[in-house]
Design a protein. Structure first.
Lengths: 216, 216
DNA sequence: ATGGCCGGACTGTGATCACAAATTCGGGAT
DNA sequence: ATCCCGAATTTGTGATCACAGTCCGGCCAT
């Protein structure tokens, strides 16, 4: 053995696989704030060596999804309330712009899909599935923003989502009555009506309502 | 020799040193678009092994400063005009907000410093120092935005600056009459007057004027 | 001369190891 | 019981290497 043994590695590199898995965990709120992780721990969990594990972690640190202490230890960040408000302000700034750009390209099929996703969100709430709720919620927004044809802007918003992952988890640990579906219905309504100002407002409300619950 | 030989490595890790150097190069427009680089080349240049070189490059890729081909080669991106416009739109969206938040905290010393930086910008222009011009220009903006107490927002803007580095270089290779100082004087004036709407407008004009030159 | 092909050099990926710093934990003194 | 200190373990950093895929050169056939 030792230096060969390359079995199911078609196309996607190991560091990418680790990165995607960890990123999903963080964004969907599966990790609590200030949760520490070690290179060897991650490497062992994904059955890779330290090298790809280190690359994946470093990449997440670069995106602000993880913080690194002075000694090099990495952990999910413990955000101060002002930082959470700042991230929410960024969402309130960027997402209406993305929605506005997507509006002209939002055809019926998209709106129907968003409505379906919104139904899924309702199910997640009744099931008490916090992770599934967060994931579906982001999927709802991403489905719309993808139509904006603005990859750089979307990438920025996604890093903001990433940074809000752990706080979101902490939120759903204490409260349990999200009102996202109602806001989302307003978004869908504005889309149907082609009402650009209404859409911007609905998006902003949806984003800042989530915030209000987070810091309250 | 071989595995020891750790001479002047106090505090700052090798991968960080490489990262900072490359980041500055890119952001200040020292690298042309579509400029390729190799792991071993970077490693050799900074007298480190491939490992820290790889980490530095991966980090820059994560920030959008570099692109990686399907085969793993990294290079500075060759941005399509729509991408450049998108980045400029992001600046126009984020920077007025940062300026607005900095306004209440902008004391005289800061304004004086910005005026001094603006004078330096003028020198850079007369000297024909493109890199120095870009660097001073960003320094002017960063000096203001630092007062906004919004680290996440500033970090996002800086990654946008990073992505615009290579195109900026390409710009100053063909034109040579930046009008930044005039816009900057308007910014300083609005700061002195405590005029928030005027400040937002001046910032937006400064940003979009640079764009107009970029795509023209 | 030109177009396709084949070989070698080059490049990124991942594993493994040496090393130093840091963290942790247990025992002893107060 | 509490605090402190030192040793053992754990942890990140960086170097080196094997390997496979890619890229670039010249060479041969047409």
């Amino acid at each position: 053995m030792s230096l060969k043994e390359r079995l199911p590695d078609p196309q996607i590199p190991a560091h990418e696989r680790v990165y995607r898995a960890l990123r999903a965990r963080i964004m969907h709120g599966e990790l609590a704030p200030a949760q520490a992780m070690t290179l060897r721990g991650i490497a062992g969990e994904f059955d890779v060596s330290m090298t790809p594990a280190r690359e994946a972690l470093r990449r997440l640190v670069a995106e602000g999804a993880l913080t690194v202490s002075a000694s090099g230890r990495v952990a999910t960040p413990q955000l101060a309330p002002e930082r959470i408000e700042e991230l929410a302000a960024l969402r309130a700034l960027l997402e209406p712009e993305l929605a506005s750009r997507a509006l002209p390209r939002a055809h019926i099929a998209l709106i129907d899909r968003m409505q379906a996703i919104n139904a899924t969100i309702g199910q997640m709430i009744t099931n008490g599935d916090a992770t599934g709720y967060i994931r579906s919620n982001l999927e709802f927004h991403r489905a719309l923003y993808l139509r904006a044809q603005a990859p750089a802007m979307l990438a920025l918003v996604e890093t903001v989502w990433l940074q809000m992952g752990p706080p979101m988890r902490a939120l759903y640990a204490r409260t349990s009555t999200p009102q996202a579906p109602a806001n989302h219905r307003k978004i869908i309504g504005a889309l149907r009506a082609g009402d650009e100002p209404g859409l911007r407002l609905a998006i902003r409300m949806d984003v800042t309502n989530g915030l209000r619950m987070l810091v309250a």
